[in-house]
Design a protein around this ligand. Sequence first.
Ligand code: LRH
Ligand code: MN
Length: 430
Amino acid sequence: MNSAHMNTSIQEVISDQDLARHREKIQSSKNLLALEDAAFERVINKLELFQVAIPSWALGTGGTRFGRFPAGGEPRNLEEKIEDVGLIHQLTRSANSISLHIPWDIPRDIVAIEQLLLKNELTIDSVNSNTFQDQQDQPYSYKFGSLCHTDDRIRKQAIDHNIEVVEHGVRLNSKVLTVWLADGSNFPGQHHFRKAYARTLDSLQHIYKSMPVDWNMLIEYKPYEPSFYSMVIPDWGTSLQLSTECGDRANVLVDLGHHLPNTNIEQIVGRLLHFGRLGGFHFNGSQYGDDDLTTGAIKPYQLFLIFHELVTGANDVHVRNPTVAYMIDASHNLKDPIEDLINSLENIRTAYAKALLVDFPALETAQQENDVVRCEQILQAAFQADVRPLLAEARLRTGGSLDPIDYFRSQKIREKLITMRGKKSVATGL
Ligand code: LRH
Ligand code: MN
């Protein structure tokens, strides 16, 4: 969906009245937050630079095993997915890249894809391998695992797939391979835990050595699903150990939905920052399991605390910071996919903006003095701040929309997509 399909450009729909009201809100934010101009500018600049990758597999309505309710007008191929992400980036100015999942989104005509990416001001973020499904013409099944499989022919098939995924990425200037394994067991006794780990490590080391020297590998962990007794990479500790045994360019990917209930994810982020092995995030929201809901929709304070760790880590010279990859990984059952992704982007940027407002020197003093109440007050002061005008200002300054959802609806963009692509078009992915 490029600007040709938008009757009125994003900036044109902003009336002088809207702009005046926005300016008022900015002024009252500055007063309320007691923000000097310099501090205000610092937050806006950081928001303008902060970008989150959109997953190519989350532009349709995924549904669950119980049912799927198509939104209509879903992208039918990678080209249309790039146009949808292009629209999201035009509106929010905060989604300048796409993560690809292979083979769901194999780039066919590289030249055409590169031109389309350029036209939409997008790049390819990470490429994700898929050894959790059997493809049509695949010689061996991944039913009993892939990189951990007891049969070295199947491990080789999975290793070769990952190397092929990297080759696709190289052609599109990506520099990151994301590996998530469904490998695990459903019953006690089914797996030899130590041998399964050792085989997986050996396979990952093969893939790592085959990557170009300027590439990074992200190893994603998950406690359960689709294996329901044990997963070969169930937690951050296992992913950290595998990364360490692969090499400096292998790091841990934290998918927010991949934690058992009540897990203190912000502490895991603090630990991985301390060890210098935090590679990236898959942002999403969840109440129970890997629900893949809108990021920050259920636990906004946890998301804020995660960004508090990231911001303090970024300000700490002792923290070795590999470049952290920020990506969304969600699937949409009820919301319009594009609106849901815009929601997630705004909730992520809200958490980041609030974390930038924390009075760090005061917090350090209160922590040093074990003034527990003061510590909480300082965090709450930032968390309770209304940063929506700051997010809007960052969007406006970079040519984005004052209200992306309102623009998407007032321009009837979903209706136009349905007219162009049909009510029944189905996007590959989750
Ligand atoms: C597994 C996961 C992984 C992807 C898949 C789409 O739950 O989070 O990141 O490969 O979702
Ligand atoms: Mn994920």
